[in-house]
Design a protein around this ligand. Sequence first.
Ligand code: NAD
Length: 364
Amino acid sequence: MSYKVTIIPGDGIGPEVTRAALTCVKALGVDIEWEERIAGKTSLDRGGQLLPPETIESIQANKVALKGPITTPIGKGFRSVNVLIRQSLDLYVCMRPVKSFNSPKALYPDIDLVIMRENTEDLYAGIEFPEKSSDTAKVIEAINSISEKKVRPASAVSIKPISRSASERIAKFAFEYALANQRKKVTCVHKANIMKYSDGLFLDSFLQVAKNYEGKVEYSDVIVDNLSMQLTQRPQHFDILVLPNLYGDIISDLGAGLVGGLGLAAGANIGDQIAVFEPTHGSAPKYTGQNKVNPIATILSAALMLKHLGEVKKSNLLEKAVAEVIKEGRCLTYDLKADRSDPTACGTQEIAQAIVEKINLLGE
Ligand code: NAD
């Protein structure tokens, strides 16, 4: 089987980590024609748009993309390209596995959970009103005329929309994923005790969907602050977590910290037709071109992509090769070393090469 996949190398460390991932995929012998497209700072520097139409068109045509991190230029008027891609392609699930992978930096050796973050609404909808603008004054006036609780004049306001349709579809995705991947429990994360209407709707939608999976998948719910504490104490207790956008963002980084840092945190943005696979971390500009950072988050994102394409055996082989290289500990990037300035740390391409060698060995 051959595939055509869009590759966006990204900015900063992006080209290095995506090159490492492509090296590993090539070693697996999967027949992929990569269609390279640009976005972000790389595109702006070449006189293009932040998110060129040909980049979006390529993802729409190929339905699958692997993406490196993209720098969001600092300054007014620039929105995150990542948020733009997710919203414009309606990639409503941000899936982030949190797995120990033998990492010497993991706080527990047996963490294996999956975060499903709602990707399209909540405080990330971008509906914001700045301090002291006439539009903001109108919004505040409208709220104060109908709400018992009043907004202080000259406040800034961000809107947190949560809809039943968006909440139901991510809950359904999580339960279907549980069934397809032999996962046992889905937990809805919220703050419905305080945000009774927005988070309350997210929770109620989840509970309605859960009824369809009664007897097939266990389910529960937990308040986000309680979850944060429990995750640090007994992460093994959780299996699949479903969260609104903002909590999902924060808990994803907590999850990355549990298993040893951003260098291991893979991710996927998934819609009904299209999926974009990318590491959780950003473009870490200060490490650009140093062959220093950990490419494993991108390599594991490529493993998720292979699974999505139906190449389950190759995906499992890649994950196993990564886990064994980390376990052996002979070639580890600086972030996985006990001492981050350890001079024996491996470089980005060297650890990719160690994974390739492991693939060749395991695949024999
Ligand atoms: P970052 O994730 O780029 O870097 C923070 C720190 O994490 C780095 O300094 C480094 O110490 C560590 N780190 C990150 N990736 C690593 C890796 N692969 N191996 C080892 N260590 C790693 O976060 P930031 O500095 O807040 O953001 C930099 C830029 O990236 C910003 O422009 C931001 O908007 C963008 N960003 C993009 C994405 C994305 O494309 N999905 C995600 C987050 C941030």
